[in-house]
Design a protein around this ligand. Structure first.
Ligand code: SF4
Length: 331
């Protein structure tokens, strides 16, 4: 299978101070220049093949969503490469991104916030089709819209309703339908089920899986719930403080996690027969400040196995078996 997306050494930084005057501070009778930056994504590498689902997991604030929004260039990358379908889109401007954005759709955690409250469902779905010339006229758009909303489990009469007239699960179905409208190859699903009831979560996940089978989509699937990621992903990346600490084949990581942070994440998942891990790691303390990244391993302040070298040298991702990479000095 060919790579659909390749992300190379992607970095993202945000200024904490909004403008120049905000950066000038007066202290002890002196002016000084302060330029604090949040280091949100720190040299991330991964690739996604055609038809593959790559799950990205980690605690809130670890840089998963920022990585996704940088890939689709809602944020300009600080550095690194984003290669989509063989094209380096890292430096594409707004106009150059338009055809690419048609091909990369995003499903958000809060579908209500991403829907225009003044548009009926039919217009929400038909407008992008007409804008991107997917259909030749409104008649064709209308027929295609009805077909799509039925595919995601909505009924024909829903076409005339406004977003506030739907439940949370139905709104997420609208978000999925809107993505389908422009026939993308790649979908970024950013915590698409985390705001939904468990029973509705299963329905939405099944729709996403069915659509993958039918249209051969690739997904970047972001979640903090490991059971969700286990259900849907083929491969997995574990993020901590903007770094990928473990990545590879899902089965290998779930059956034999190697990085202490991955083990800690898995330890936190309750299982019926008790955790099937050799060791249970309970995380203590706080995630370090992303403005002042720690030297050495990003996880050393919370790692029960931390050694002197961990505070000095940042471990690189190394392959420990085929399609299984880990960044840890223990290995
Ligand atoms: Fe722990 Fe050291 Fe491995 Fe980091 S490199 S996860 S601190 S053992």
């Amino acid at each position: 299978m060919n790579n659909l997306l390749k992300v190379e050494n992607l970095k993202q930084r945000f200024d904490l101070h909004s403008d120049f005057l905000d950066k000038i501070k007066f202290k002890n009778g002196k002016f000084s220049f302060v330029n604090k930056r949040v280091k949100a994504v720190n040299g991330v590498n991964f690739s996604i093949k055609k038809g593959e689902v790559f799950g990205l997991v980690g605690e809130s604030g670890c840089g998963k969503s920022t990585t996704a929004k940088t890939i689709i260039k809602l944020y300009e990358p600080e550095s690194g490469k984003i290669i989509f379908n063989g094209e380096d889109i890292s430096n594409y401007n707004y106009k150059e991104m338009l055809p690419v954005r048609r091909n990369i759709q995003m499903i958000f955690q809060d579908p209500y916030a991403s829907l225009n409250p003044r548009q009926r469902l039919q217009d929400i779905i038909m407008e992008p089709m007409l804008f991107h010339d997917i259909v030749s006229d409104r008649k064709e758009a209308y027929a295609k819209m009805l077909d799509i909303i039925e595919k995601v489990g909505l009924r024909r009469e829903h076409a005339y309703r406004f977003p506030h007239q739907f439940s949370g699960g139905q709104r997420q179905r609208i978000g999925i339908a809107r993505s389908l409208a422009v026939e993308p190859e790649f979908i970024i699903a950013d915590e698409p089920v985390s705001a939904l009831d468990v029973s509705i979560q299963a329905q939405i996940l099944n729709i996403l899986m069915d659509l993958k089978e039918e249209f051969h989509f690739s997904y970047l699937f972001i979640a903090h719930d490991l059971s969700v990621v286990k259900h849907i992903s083929d491969r997995l990346g574990v993020m901590y403080l903007g770094f990928l600490v473990e990545k590879g084949n899902k089965e290998k990581i779930f059956s034999d996690p190697q990085h202490p942070y991955t083990k800690a994440l898995f330890s936190a998942v309750p299982t019926i027969d008790g955790a099937n891990l050799d060791e249970i790691i309970e995380l203590e303390g706080q995630v370090p400040d992303p403005v002042n990244l720690p030297q050495g391993c990003c996880f050393h302040s919370r790692c029960p196995y931390s050694m002197p070298i961990c505070e000095e040298e940042r471990p690189e991702l190394v392959e420990i078996e085929e399609d299984h990479m880990v960044a840890c000095h223990l290995l």
